[in-house]
Design a protein around this ligand. Structure first.
Ligand code: INI
Length: 158
């Protein structure tokens, strides 16, 4: 019979790093609230959560990399909100944030989670930061716990 592995959502005894962008803080603070709520409701103690604010989404990956390298965290969550404006600046920020986080995630021993909204306008972003589309910060928190548990199971296969 096939062996099937699934990560569970028990976060007890986990230490989680959150890197959050200050740009569009009216949105990212809500993503952070959602993430903290998601972690705590799944057993992660407040004292085991470290939150690091960075200027914008472009800076998320470099701090996530440092946290992931410390070996002290079970997962690192990146939170940001990139919103389209008149110029195409947002495009470069969103692309590099995604590329940077994906690269850190692949090279890290622990999960690094992409909780960055990329939206047409503020309304779309707010709907996904505790509005009618839920809170992507909470989703990111649950993905972090699931992936941290899954990684342990996968490593046990060795
Ligand atoms: N940073 C964001 O997090 N969201 C944005 O929408 C955004 N836009 O559109 O400019 C943004 N820019 C700042 C960027 O992340 C860096 O902090 C800045 O370029 C300094 O490196």
């Amino acid at each position: 019979m096939a062996q099937v592995l699934k990560g569970h959502l028990h976060g007890e005894d986990m230490r989680i790093g959150i890197v959050v962008a200050r740009f569009n803080e009216h949105i990212t603070s809500k993503l952070l609230e959602g993430a903290l709520e998601g972690l705590k409701s799944h057993g992660v103690a407040s004292s085991d959560i470290v939150v690091v604010w960075v200027p914008g989404s472009f800076e998320l990956a470099s701090i996530a990399e440092r946290l992931a390298q410390q070996g002290d965290f079970d997962a690192v969550i990146c939170l940001g909100a990139v919103v389209k404006h008149e110029t195409d600046h947002y495009y470069y920020v969103a692309t590099e944030a995604a590329r940077g986080i994906a690269s850190v995630a692949r090279e890290s021993e622990v999960p690094v989670i992409f909780g960055v909204l990329t939206c047409e306008n503020d309304q779309q972003a707010l709907e996904r930061a505790g509005g009618k589309e839920g809170n992507k910060g909470t989703d990111a928190a649950l993905a972090a716990i699931e992936m941290a548990n899954l990684l342990k199971l996968v490593d046990e296969l060795r």
